[in-house]
Design a protein around this ligand. Structure first.
Ligand code: 9WN
Length: 451
Protein backbone atom coordinates (compact mmCIF):
# COMPACT_ATOMS: atom_id res chain seq x y z
CA UNK A 1 0.00 0.00 0.00
CA UNK A 2 1.34 3.42 -0.92
CA UNK A 3 1.89 6.13 1.70
CA UNK A 4 2.02 9.35 -0.27
CA UNK A 5 -0.37 11.79 1.33
CA UNK A 6 0.60 15.19 2.72
CA UNK A 7 4.31 15.99 3.23
CA UNK A 8 5.27 12.54 1.94
CA UNK A 9 3.79 13.39 -1.44
CA UNK A 10 6.18 16.36 -1.49
CA UNK A 11 9.10 14.10 -0.63
CA UNK A 12 8.10 11.71 -3.40
CA UNK A 13 8.06 14.52 -5.93
CA UNK A 14 11.44 15.72 -4.73
CA UNK A 15 12.93 12.22 -4.95
CA UNK A 16 11.54 11.79 -8.46
CA UNK A 17 13.02 15.17 -9.41
CA UNK A 18 16.48 14.02 -8.22
CA UNK A 19 16.32 10.95 -10.47
CA UNK A 20 15.03 12.98 -13.40
CA UNK A 21 17.70 15.62 -12.82
CA UNK A 22 20.45 12.98 -12.96
CA UNK A 23 18.84 11.01 -15.81
CA UNK A 24 20.95 10.73 -18.96
CA UNK A 25 18.27 8.93 -21.00
CA UNK A 26 19.39 5.30 -20.71
CA UNK A 27 21.50 5.57 -17.56
CA UNK A 28 21.61 7.79 -14.48
CA UNK A 29 24.51 9.71 -12.99
CA UNK A 30 25.21 8.56 -9.43
CA UNK A 31 25.37 12.23 -8.38
CA UNK A 32 25.26 15.51 -10.30
CA UNK A 33 28.94 16.52 -10.07
CA UNK A 34 30.92 14.23 -7.75
CA UNK A 35 29.98 11.01 -9.62
CA UNK A 36 29.11 11.84 -13.24
CA UNK A 37 29.23 8.26 -14.66
CA UNK A 38 27.24 5.03 -14.25
CA UNK A 39 28.20 3.13 -11.09
CA UNK A 40 27.27 -0.52 -10.70
CA UNK A 41 25.49 -0.87 -7.36
CA UNK A 42 24.21 2.69 -7.58
CA UNK A 43 22.51 1.70 -10.84
CA UNK A 44 20.80 -1.23 -9.16
CA UNK A 45 19.34 0.99 -6.42
CA UNK A 46 18.50 3.62 -9.04
CA UNK A 47 16.56 1.01 -11.03
CA UNK A 48 14.48 0.34 -7.91
CA UNK A 49 13.69 4.05 -7.79
CA UNK A 50 12.83 4.20 -11.49
CA UNK A 51 10.52 1.20 -11.06
CA UNK A 52 8.19 3.49 -9.09
CA UNK A 53 8.06 5.96 -11.97
CA UNK A 54 8.38 3.79 -15.08
CA UNK A 55 9.23 0.07 -15.05
CA UNK A 56 10.52 0.24 -18.63
CA UNK A 57 13.01 2.96 -17.70
CA UNK A 58 14.06 0.85 -14.70
CA UNK A 59 14.84 -2.10 -16.98
CA UNK A 60 16.81 0.15 -19.32
CA UNK A 61 19.05 1.22 -16.43
CA UNK A 62 20.05 -2.40 -15.75
CA UNK A 63 20.27 -3.35 -19.44
CA UNK A 64 22.62 -0.44 -20.07
CA UNK A 65 24.85 -1.47 -17.17
CA UNK A 66 24.96 -5.11 -18.26
CA UNK A 67 25.86 -4.03 -21.79
CA UNK A 68 29.29 -3.33 -20.27
CA UNK A 69 29.60 -6.74 -18.60
CA UNK A 70 33.00 -8.39 -19.02
CA UNK A 71 33.45 -11.75 -20.79
CA UNK A 72 34.24 -13.25 -17.37
CA UNK A 73 30.77 -12.22 -16.18
CA UNK A 74 32.08 -9.37 -14.04
CA UNK A 75 29.90 -6.26 -13.96
CA UNK A 76 32.36 -3.36 -13.71
CA UNK A 77 32.16 -0.87 -10.87
CA UNK A 78 32.05 2.16 -13.18
CA UNK A 79 31.00 2.44 -16.80
CA UNK A 80 32.53 5.70 -18.02
CA UNK A 81 29.75 7.38 -19.92
CA UNK A 82 29.95 11.12 -19.26
CA UNK A 83 31.76 13.34 -21.75
CA UNK A 84 35.06 15.18 -21.15
CA UNK A 85 33.19 18.21 -19.84
CA UNK A 86 32.39 16.16 -16.71
CA UNK A 87 35.74 14.83 -15.51
CA UNK A 88 36.14 12.14 -12.84
CA UNK A 89 39.39 10.90 -11.35
CA UNK A 90 40.67 8.24 -11.85
CA UNK A 91 39.30 7.95 -15.39
CA UNK A 92 39.64 5.16 -17.99
CA UNK A 93 43.30 5.88 -18.73
CA UNK A 94 44.28 4.85 -15.18
CA UNK A 95 42.46 1.56 -15.53
CA UNK A 96 43.58 0.81 -19.10
CA UNK A 97 41.25 -2.19 -19.19
CA UNK A 98 42.03 -3.11 -22.84
CA UNK A 99 45.07 -4.91 -21.32
CA UNK A 100 42.49 -7.61 -20.51
CA UNK A 101 40.96 -9.70 -23.28
CA UNK A 102 37.83 -10.02 -21.11
CA UNK A 103 37.07 -6.27 -21.04
CA UNK A 104 34.30 -5.02 -23.33
CA UNK A 105 35.42 -3.75 -26.71
CA UNK A 106 35.87 0.02 -27.26
CA UNK A 107 34.17 2.42 -27.28
CA UNK A 108 32.80 0.98 -24.00
CA UNK A 109 35.11 2.08 -21.18
CA UNK A 110 35.00 0.65 -17.67
CA UNK A 111 37.01 0.08 -14.52
CA UNK A 112 38.43 -3.38 -13.80
CA UNK A 113 36.82 -4.16 -10.43
CA UNK A 114 33.23 -4.66 -9.24
CA UNK A 115 30.74 -3.76 -6.50
CA UNK A 116 28.13 -5.65 -4.42
CA UNK A 117 25.56 -7.48 -6.59
CA UNK A 118 22.38 -5.61 -5.71
CA UNK A 119 21.17 -6.06 -9.31
CA UNK A 120 19.06 -9.17 -8.70
CA UNK A 121 17.24 -7.37 -5.90
CA UNK A 122 16.50 -4.60 -8.38
CA UNK A 123 15.24 -6.99 -11.04
CA UNK A 124 12.95 -8.62 -8.51
CA UNK A 125 11.62 -5.26 -7.34
CA UNK A 126 10.97 -4.14 -10.92
CA UNK A 127 8.95 -7.28 -11.54
CA UNK A 128 6.98 -6.81 -8.30
CA UNK A 129 6.08 -3.28 -9.40
CA UNK A 130 5.17 -4.12 -12.99
CA UNK A 131 1.48 -3.41 -13.62
CA UNK A 132 -0.45 -6.23 -15.37
CA UNK A 133 -0.69 -4.41 -18.70
CA UNK A 134 3.10 -4.15 -18.95
CA UNK A 135 3.87 -7.70 -17.84
CA UNK A 136 4.29 -9.24 -21.32
CA UNK A 137 6.90 -6.63 -22.28
CA UNK A 138 8.74 -6.62 -18.95
CA UNK A 139 8.67 -10.41 -18.63
CA UNK A 140 10.41 -10.68 -22.01
CA UNK A 141 13.06 -8.20 -20.88
CA UNK A 142 13.53 -10.00 -17.54
CA UNK A 143 14.00 -13.26 -19.47
CA UNK A 144 16.61 -11.66 -21.71
CA UNK A 145 18.57 -10.14 -18.82
CA UNK A 146 18.36 -13.04 -16.37
CA UNK A 147 21.13 -15.18 -17.94
CA UNK A 148 23.47 -12.20 -17.69
CA UNK A 149 22.76 -11.99 -13.97
CA UNK A 150 23.40 -15.70 -13.58
CA UNK A 151 26.71 -15.21 -15.43
CA UNK A 152 27.58 -12.35 -13.05
CA UNK A 153 26.82 -14.53 -10.05
CA UNK A 154 28.82 -17.38 -11.58
CA UNK A 155 31.81 -15.04 -11.77
CA UNK A 156 31.46 -14.15 -8.08
CA UNK A 157 31.00 -17.77 -7.01
CA UNK A 158 34.04 -19.01 -8.94
CA UNK A 159 36.66 -16.39 -9.88
CA UNK A 160 36.03 -14.50 -6.65
CA UNK A 161 35.94 -17.62 -4.52
CA UNK A 162 38.42 -20.13 -5.93
CA UNK A 163 38.48 -21.87 -2.54
CA UNK A 164 34.69 -22.48 -2.72
CA UNK A 165 34.46 -21.10 0.82
CA UNK A 166 31.14 -19.37 0.16
CA UNK A 167 32.83 -16.02 0.84
CA UNK A 168 33.48 -13.47 -1.91
CA UNK A 169 37.02 -12.10 -2.19
CA UNK A 170 37.30 -8.38 -2.85
CA UNK A 171 40.32 -6.79 -4.50
CA UNK A 172 40.03 -3.12 -3.71
CA UNK A 173 38.47 -0.67 -1.22
CA UNK A 174 36.55 0.78 -4.18
CA UNK A 175 34.59 -2.47 -4.38
CA UNK A 176 31.90 -0.82 -2.26
CA UNK A 177 32.91 0.86 0.96
CA UNK A 178 36.05 2.83 0.13
CA UNK A 179 37.65 4.04 3.37
CA UNK A 180 36.01 1.66 5.82
CA UNK A 181 38.42 0.89 8.68
CA UNK A 182 37.95 -2.76 7.70
CA UNK A 183 40.71 -2.21 5.11
CA UNK A 184 43.13 -0.23 7.27
CA UNK A 185 45.48 -3.04 8.30
CA UNK A 186 45.64 -4.55 4.84
CA UNK A 187 46.46 -1.13 3.39
CA UNK A 188 49.02 -0.41 6.11
CA UNK A 189 51.11 -3.42 5.28
CA UNK A 190 51.47 -2.31 1.67
CA UNK A 191 54.67 -0.41 1.15
CA UNK A 192 53.61 1.77 -1.69
CA UNK A 193 55.80 2.68 -4.52
CA UNK A 194 54.35 6.11 -5.35
CA UNK A 195 51.46 5.60 -7.75
CA UNK A 196 52.68 8.48 -9.95
CA UNK A 197 51.67 12.12 -10.08
CA UNK A 198 47.95 12.65 -9.92
CA UNK A 199 45.40 15.31 -9.06
CA UNK A 200 42.32 14.44 -7.08
CA UNK A 201 39.09 15.95 -8.34
CA UNK A 202 36.80 14.73 -5.53
CA UNK A 203 38.33 17.16 -3.05
CA UNK A 204 37.76 20.01 -5.50
CA UNK A 205 34.08 19.20 -5.79
CA UNK A 206 33.84 18.52 -2.06
CA UNK A 207 36.51 20.64 -0.41
CA UNK A 208 35.83 19.55 3.23
CA UNK A 209 38.61 17.00 3.93
CA UNK A 210 36.76 15.60 6.97
CA UNK A 211 34.24 13.95 4.61
CA UNK A 212 36.51 12.09 2.19
CA UNK A 213 39.38 9.57 2.20
CA UNK A 214 42.87 10.98 2.80
CA UNK A 215 45.73 11.30 0.30
CA UNK A 216 47.37 8.37 2.12
CA UNK A 217 44.31 6.30 1.17
CA UNK A 218 44.34 7.55 -2.42
CA UNK A 219 48.04 6.70 -2.85
CA UNK A 220 47.20 3.12 -1.95
CA UNK A 221 43.98 2.94 -3.98
CA UNK A 222 45.82 4.09 -7.08
CA UNK A 223 48.84 1.89 -6.49
CA UNK A 224 46.50 -1.10 -6.19
CA UNK A 225 44.88 -0.17 -9.51
CA UNK A 226 48.38 -0.21 -11.01
CA UNK A 227 48.92 -3.74 -9.66
CA UNK A 228 45.61 -4.98 -11.05
CA UNK A 229 46.53 -3.49 -14.42
CA UNK A 230 49.94 -5.20 -14.22
CA UNK A 231 48.15 -8.54 -13.75
CA UNK A 232 45.87 -7.67 -16.69
CA UNK A 233 42.84 -8.09 -14.42
CA UNK A 234 43.39 -11.85 -14.65
CA UNK A 235 41.68 -13.34 -11.61
CA UNK A 236 43.95 -16.39 -11.40
CA UNK A 237 47.09 -14.20 -11.48
CA UNK A 238 45.56 -11.80 -8.98
CA UNK A 239 44.88 -14.61 -6.55
CA UNK A 240 48.49 -15.79 -6.94
CA UNK A 241 50.36 -12.49 -6.80
CA UNK A 242 48.30 -9.52 -5.71
CA UNK A 243 48.60 -8.18 -2.12
CA UNK A 244 45.03 -7.10 -1.25
CA UNK A 245 42.58 -10.02 -1.04
CA UNK A 246 39.79 -9.81 1.53
CA UNK A 247 36.94 -12.22 2.23
CA UNK A 248 34.27 -9.53 2.56
CA UNK A 249 31.31 -10.60 4.68
CA UNK A 250 29.06 -7.71 3.63
CA UNK A 251 29.64 -8.29 -0.09
CA UNK A 252 28.96 -11.97 0.56
CA UNK A 253 25.71 -11.19 2.38
CA UNK A 254 24.46 -9.15 -0.58
CA UNK A 255 25.42 -12.07 -2.84
CA UNK A 256 23.38 -14.45 -0.69
CA UNK A 257 20.34 -12.13 -0.84
CA UNK A 258 20.84 -11.74 -4.60
CA UNK A 259 20.93 -15.50 -5.18
CA UNK A 260 17.65 -15.78 -3.31
CA UNK A 261 16.16 -13.00 -5.45
CA UNK A 262 17.16 -14.82 -8.66
CA UNK A 263 15.62 -18.03 -7.33
CA UNK A 264 12.42 -16.13 -6.51
CA UNK A 265 12.37 -14.92 -10.13
CA UNK A 266 13.21 -18.31 -11.65
CA UNK A 267 9.68 -19.10 -12.86
CA UNK A 268 9.12 -15.63 -14.33
CA UNK A 269 12.47 -15.86 -16.11
CA UNK A 270 11.99 -19.48 -17.25
CA UNK A 271 15.26 -20.45 -15.56
CA UNK A 272 16.69 -23.88 -16.34
CA UNK A 273 16.99 -26.60 -13.71
CA UNK A 274 20.76 -26.22 -13.92
CA UNK A 275 20.54 -22.50 -13.13
CA UNK A 276 18.24 -23.18 -10.20
CA UNK A 277 20.61 -25.81 -8.81
CA UNK A 278 23.60 -23.51 -9.14
CA UNK A 279 21.82 -20.60 -7.47
CA UNK A 280 20.70 -22.82 -4.61
CA UNK A 281 24.25 -24.10 -4.19
CA UNK A 282 25.73 -20.58 -4.08
CA UNK A 283 23.04 -19.46 -1.65
CA UNK A 284 23.64 -22.35 0.76
CA UNK A 285 27.41 -22.09 0.51
CA UNK A 286 27.28 -18.34 1.16
CA UNK A 287 25.10 -18.72 4.24
CA UNK A 288 27.34 -21.48 5.57
CA UNK A 289 30.46 -19.39 4.89
CA UNK A 290 29.00 -16.46 6.78
CA UNK A 291 27.94 -18.75 9.61
CA UNK A 292 31.59 -19.73 10.04
CA UNK A 293 32.68 -16.09 10.21
CA UNK A 294 30.27 -15.33 13.07
CA UNK A 295 31.98 -14.65 16.38
CA UNK A 296 29.68 -15.52 19.30
CA UNK A 297 31.77 -13.35 21.65
CA UNK A 298 30.96 -10.18 19.72
CA UNK A 299 27.79 -11.38 17.97
CA UNK A 300 29.32 -9.97 14.77
CA UNK A 301 30.74 -11.47 11.60
CA UNK A 302 34.41 -10.81 10.81
CA UNK A 303 36.04 -10.26 7.41
CA UNK A 304 39.19 -12.22 6.69
CA UNK A 305 42.51 -11.17 5.18
CA UNK A 306 43.47 -13.94 2.75
CA UNK A 307 47.12 -12.88 2.51
CA UNK A 308 47.87 -12.81 6.26
CA UNK A 309 45.23 -15.26 7.46
CA UNK A 310 44.00 -12.66 9.97
CA UNK A 311 40.45 -12.01 11.09
CA UNK A 312 39.31 -8.40 10.68
CA UNK A 313 37.27 -8.02 13.84
CA UNK A 314 35.94 -4.50 13.90
CA UNK A 315 32.59 -3.10 14.96
CA UNK A 316 31.14 -1.94 11.64
CA UNK A 317 27.86 -2.33 9.77
CA UNK A 318 29.43 -5.28 7.89
CA UNK A 319 29.44 -7.33 11.08
CA UNK A 320 25.69 -7.68 10.61
CA UNK A 321 26.21 -9.78 7.47
CA UNK A 322 24.04 -12.63 8.83
CA UNK A 323 21.12 -10.21 9.16
CA UNK A 324 21.75 -8.79 5.66
CA UNK A 325 21.82 -12.39 4.39
CA UNK A 326 18.70 -13.36 6.34
CA UNK A 327 20.44 -16.05 8.33
CA UNK A 328 18.47 -19.23 8.89
CA UNK A 329 20.15 -19.69 12.30
CA UNK A 330 17.79 -18.35 14.99
CA UNK A 331 20.61 -18.11 17.56
CA UNK A 332 22.73 -15.88 15.29
CA UNK A 333 19.68 -13.87 14.28
CA UNK A 334 18.64 -13.13 17.87
CA UNK A 335 22.19 -12.31 18.96
CA UNK A 336 22.55 -9.92 16.02
CA UNK A 337 19.22 -8.21 16.68
CA UNK A 338 20.29 -7.59 20.27
CA UNK A 339 23.68 -6.29 19.15
CA UNK A 340 22.04 -4.04 16.54
CA UNK A 341 20.20 -2.11 19.23
CA UNK A 342 23.05 -2.17 21.73
CA UNK A 343 24.81 1.03 22.84
CA UNK A 344 27.63 0.32 20.37
CA UNK A 345 25.27 0.66 17.39
CA UNK A 346 21.67 1.90 17.04
CA UNK A 347 21.23 2.16 20.81
CA UNK A 348 23.86 4.86 21.26
CA UNK A 349 21.85 7.62 22.98
CA UNK A 350 23.77 10.33 21.11
CA UNK A 351 22.42 9.27 17.70
CA UNK A 352 20.05 11.70 16.01
CA UNK A 353 18.04 8.71 14.76
CA UNK A 354 18.60 5.07 15.81
CA UNK A 355 20.04 4.11 12.42
CA UNK A 356 23.04 1.86 11.84
CA UNK A 357 26.30 3.88 11.61
CA UNK A 358 28.83 2.59 9.06
CA UNK A 359 31.34 2.28 11.93
CA UNK A 360 30.45 2.01 15.60
CA UNK A 361 31.14 5.14 17.67
CA UNK A 362 32.93 2.73 20.05
CA UNK A 363 35.56 1.87 17.44
CA UNK A 364 38.84 3.84 17.76
CA UNK A 365 38.74 4.45 13.99
CA UNK A 366 35.29 6.07 14.19
CA UNK A 367 34.99 9.52 12.59
CA UNK A 368 31.52 10.97 12.58
CA UNK A 369 31.83 12.89 9.28
CA UNK A 370 34.18 10.72 7.31
CA UNK A 371 32.49 8.65 4.61
CA UNK A 372 32.47 4.95 5.62
CA UNK A 373 34.13 5.57 9.00
CA UNK A 374 30.98 6.60 10.89
CA UNK A 375 28.19 8.23 8.86
CA UNK A 376 24.85 6.55 8.18
CA UNK A 377 24.26 5.52 4.54
CA UNK A 378 20.59 5.26 3.49
CA UNK A 379 21.28 2.45 1.02
CA UNK A 380 22.76 0.33 3.81
CA UNK A 381 19.71 1.10 5.94
CA UNK A 382 17.52 0.03 2.99
CA UNK A 383 19.28 -3.33 2.64
CA UNK A 384 18.92 -3.95 6.36
CA UNK A 385 15.27 -2.81 6.36
CA UNK A 386 14.52 -5.24 3.53
CA UNK A 387 16.15 -8.16 5.32
CA UNK A 388 14.55 -7.38 8.67
CA UNK A 389 11.13 -7.15 7.08
CA UNK A 390 11.58 -10.45 5.25
CA UNK A 391 12.83 -12.04 8.49
CA UNK A 392 9.52 -11.04 10.07
CA UNK A 393 11.00 -8.32 12.33
CA UNK A 394 8.29 -5.96 11.12
CA UNK A 395 8.32 -3.51 14.03
CA UNK A 396 12.10 -3.02 13.81
CA UNK A 397 11.93 -2.70 10.02
CA UNK A 398 9.07 -0.21 10.27
CA UNK A 399 11.00 1.99 12.70
CA UNK A 400 14.03 1.92 10.41
CA UNK A 401 11.93 3.00 7.44
CA UNK A 402 10.28 5.82 9.41
CA UNK A 403 13.59 7.13 10.80
CA UNK A 404 15.32 6.88 7.43
CA UNK A 405 12.57 8.91 5.77
CA UNK A 406 12.87 11.56 8.51
CA UNK A 407 16.63 11.67 7.99
CA UNK A 408 16.30 12.08 4.23
CA UNK A 409 13.45 14.59 4.42
CA UNK A 410 15.64 16.80 6.57
CA UNK A 411 18.68 16.32 4.39
CA UNK A 412 18.56 17.13 0.66
CA UNK A 413 19.02 13.50 -0.46
CA UNK A 414 22.53 13.49 0.98
CA UNK A 415 25.01 10.77 0.13
CA UNK A 416 25.63 9.97 3.82
CA UNK A 417 24.64 11.51 7.16
CA UNK A 418 26.46 12.54 10.32
CA UNK A 419 25.02 10.11 12.88
CA UNK A 420 24.78 12.49 15.85
CA UNK A 421 23.53 15.65 14.17
CA UNK A 422 21.85 14.21 11.08
CA UNK A 423 23.76 16.67 8.88
CA UNK A 424 23.74 15.55 5.22
CA UNK A 425 27.27 15.01 3.91
CA UNK A 426 29.00 14.19 0.62
CA UNK A 427 27.05 14.92 -2.50
CA UNK A 428 23.56 16.39 -2.32
CA UNK A 429 20.97 15.03 -4.79
CA UNK A 430 22.56 11.57 -4.63
CA UNK A 431 20.59 9.32 -6.97
CA UNK A 432 20.51 6.17 -4.85
CA UNK A 433 19.28 8.08 -1.81
CA UNK A 434 16.37 9.37 -3.89
CA UNK A 435 15.75 5.86 -5.22
CA UNK A 436 15.43 4.20 -1.80
CA UNK A 437 13.23 7.09 -0.69
CA UNK A 438 10.78 6.25 -3.47
CA UNK A 439 10.77 2.62 -2.43
CA UNK A 440 10.29 3.39 1.26
CA UNK A 441 7.45 5.81 0.54
CA UNK A 442 5.61 3.14 -1.42
CA UNK A 443 6.23 0.39 1.14
CA UNK A 444 3.85 -0.68 3.83
CA UNK A 445 4.86 0.42 7.36
CA UNK A 446 5.16 -3.29 8.19
CA UNK A 447 7.98 -3.95 5.76
CA UNK A 448 8.87 -4.98 2.22
CA UNK A 449 6.77 -7.21 -0.03
CA UNK A 450 7.45 -10.91 0.33
CA UNK A 451 7.61 -11.53 -3.41
C1 9WN B 1 34.54 5.32 -5.95
C2 9WN B 1 29.11 6.31 -6.29
C3 9WN B 1 30.16 5.63 -5.44
C4 9WN B 1 29.57 4.48 -4.59
C5 9WN B 1 30.57 3.96 -3.57
C6 9WN B 1 31.08 5.13 -2.75
C7 9WN B 1 31.71 6.18 -3.66
C8 9WN B 1 33.55 6.33 -5.35
C9 9WN B 1 34.33 7.55 -4.90
O1 9WN B 1 30.74 6.63 -4.60
O2 9WN B 1 32.88 5.63 -4.28
O3 9WN B 1 33.85 4.26 -6.51
O4 9WN B 1 34.81 8.29 -5.78
O5 9WN B 1 34.50 7.76 -3.72
O6 9WN B 1 31.98 4.70 -1.78
O7 9WN B 1 29.98 2.99 -2.75
O8 9WN B 1 29.17 3.44 -5.43
O9 9WN B 1 28.04 6.74 -5.51
Amino acid sequence: MSVTAGPQAGLRDQAAAVLRGNDQGRWTKAAPRLYPHQWSWDSAFIAIGWAHLDVGRAMTELEELFAAQWATGMVPHIVFRAGPDQPYFPGPEWWDTPVSAAAPAPPVQTTGICQPPVHALALQRIWQLTPPERQPEIRARVRALYPRLVHWHHYLATERDPEASGLVTTYHPWEGTDNSPRWDRALQRITVARPGPYTRLDTRTLPDPTQRPTNWDYDRYLWLVGQLRKYRYDDALIHREYPFLIKDVFFTAVFVAANQALLDLADVAGASGEDRDQLTGWLDRGRAGLGRRFDPRTSLCADYDVRTGEDISLQTFAGFAPLFARTADPGQRDAQLKRLDSAAFCGDPRLRWPLLPSTSPDEPAFQSRNYWRGPVWPVISWLLWRSLGLLGCTARAGAMRRDSLSQIAAGQFGEYFEPFTGEPLGSAQQSWTAAVTLDWLAASPEGPEQR
